[in-house]
Design a protein around this ligand. Structure first.
Ligand code: FAD
Length: 467
């Protein structure tokens, strides 16, 4: 379904917000159609880890597309612009006692970015990945057409192929997403394990049942602190709490997993529990040291600020100079999220401890929400519970080892175990294995249909060649 340049978009779109949106769309479409060279997104924030090679193509200014257009508490849906951060979206939906089905942990991740780049959180064992609760998307395609992609219309191929396309087919300007009711608090139970086999067995049973000892479970994730120190955290909505912890000040959330068995958080604090310390990665900036932490105003403790600091350190080359002064060699960044079937997750962890050696590791189960569909660029077996492993650090390379040594091992192991790797960070796949893994045939059909002149870089160029 192609919509014209000044789009009379369907449905009851009466509010001022909708009128602004239509105006912004018209102006963006004109600006896109005004040129014929390569295009890329110009965006203020990013949670993409790979550093790009010098940019080719002009930046498309999408700053205007950052609003929540409408929350419908009856239909349990929200209409939201593509560059809206989850921080703003969640603030708007919580006012109605609702939340998106899956809220990625970092506040500045945008709805469009999470759909096109695959988003996961602790509700994913029951609600799947972020894109599985999108009802329709208004997309500006590489051909300059404005289309609505929905599961049952002419653009269903784009709807099912948009997740994992990383802006290489078009840009989502407006999305309609599902919401669900929340309660004011989340009760957390931290279960300690000394071996991964017991943890993955418990995770499988709890996710299948959606319950633990008869009590409902709304959220499941966990952390591998060491080979013999693993925590599985179960969360459930409750309408009363004897106390509420605060991890936005002196206390650090991930440390609480090893110290407590029971905890209570406001629902909003639960959703952002990982942002304050960027999981544990804020350690790099010493802000987990109590003395330093006491000097930092709490609002500054947030992932978007660590991104800025990291960018400064990387641009200045300070990290490389310090390594060199200390007589250390070159380091390889290993910042990845991978999904492995739960039955093979123990094998993955054994390999990971032996060959990679990064700790801690975030673990989060996910299962496809609708077993009857196929997401063409990121297909998963709907009968299988997968475990997402998130690890964000670096390792020193040995003499003669090239950049990519560790990441290649991970790619090979994940493929061997029937898993998938997210593409938001570095990737080293050869073209043939890449297209085999990420739906190459479907992708090339989509590229021909929606970006015939290749104004947008293709998925391989963006994610592996880092163009
Ligand atoms: C350290 C780290 C930890 C992470 N942890 C998690 C996690 O726990 N859970 C999780 O869900 N994700 C996680 N991510 C991944 C993150 O969700 C993805 O990188 C996501 O794509 C980032 O979205 P963004 O809005 O910041 O987009 P950007 O970083 O700005 O862009 C990401 C890609 O999406 C494209 N894009 C952005 N907006 C649109 C749009 N509207 N339409 C089409 N294409 C678009 C861009 O062109 C780009 O290729 C993590 C990433 C890092 C680096």
């Amino acid at each position: 379904m192609v919509i014209g340049t000044a789009p009379p978009v369907e449905g009851a779109r009466t509010s001022t917000e909708m009128a602004y949106h239509d105006e912004a769309v018209s102006s963006l479409v004109s600006s896109f159609r005004g040129g014929d060279g390569p295009v890329r997104l110009a965006k203020r924030t990013s949670n993409l880890f790979r550093t790009r090679r010098p940019a080719a193509g002009s930046g498309l200014d999408v700053a205007a597309f950052d609003r929540v257009l409408h929350v419908d508490p009856v239909m349990l849906t929200a209409e939201v612009e593509g560059m809206t951060t989850y921080e703003n979206l969640v603030a708007a939906t919580l006012r109605h006692g609702l939340m998106p089905l899956v809220v990625p942990q970092l506040r500045t991740i945008t709805v469009g970015g999470a759909v096109t780049g695959i988003g996961i959180e602790s509700s994913s064992f029951r609600s799947g990945l972020v894109h599985e609760s999108v009802r329709e998307m208004e997309i500006l395609t590489g051909d300059g057409d404005l289309v609505v992609a929905a599961p049952d219309n002419d653009n269903a191929d784009l709807y099912y192929g948009f997740p994992n396309s990383y802006g290489s087919l078009g840009y989502a300007l407006r999305l309609q997403i599902d919401l669900e009711p929340v309660q004011p608090y989340v009760e957390l139970r931290h279960l300690r394990f000394t071996d991964h086999a017991a943890l993955f067995a418990a995770m499988g049973e709890i996710c299948d049942a959606g319950a633990w000892f008869g009590a409902p479970v709304d959220f499941v994730d966990g952390v591998v602190f060491d080979r013999d120190d693993l925590v599985l955290t179960l969360g459930r909505f409750v309408d009363g709490a004897p106390y509420r912890s605060d991890y936005t000040g002196m206390q650090v959330y991930y440390r609480s997993l090893q110290r407590r068995t029971l905890d209570y958080l406001d629902t909003s604090a639960y959703l952002w529990r990982w942002d304050t310390d960027w999981f544990w990665c804020s350690k790099t900036f010493r802000v987990q040291n109590p003395w330093i932490r006491s000097l930092v105003p709490p609002p500054l403790l947030r992932s978007s600020n660590y991104w800025k600091l990291l960018a400064v350190v990387q641009r200045s080359g300070l990290d490389r100079r310090l390594d060199s002064l200390a007589g250390r060699g070159e380091r390889e960044m290993i910042v990845q999220d991978v999904e492995v079937p739960v039955e093979r997750s123990g094998e993955f962890l054994d390999f990971f401890h032996r060959e990679i050696g990064i700790l801690p590791v975030w673990i989060c189960p996910t299962r496809q929400r609708d077993p009857g569909v196929t997401w063409s660029l990121y297909s998963m077996d709907p009968d299988v519970l997968y475990v997402n492993f998130g690890f964000w650090s670096s390792q020193m390379l040995g003499p003669g080892e090239a950049q990519g040594t560790y990441n290649r091992k991970i790619e090979a192991k994940v493929a061997e175990l029937g898993g998938r790797k997210s593409l938001y960070s570095t990737a080293y796949y050869r073209p043939d294995e890449f297209w085999r893994t990420y739906g190459g045939d479907a992708y090339h059909d989509l590229k021909d249909r929606y970006d015939a002149k290749s104004r947008l870089l293709d998925l391989y160029q963006k994610t592996v060649e880092r163009k």
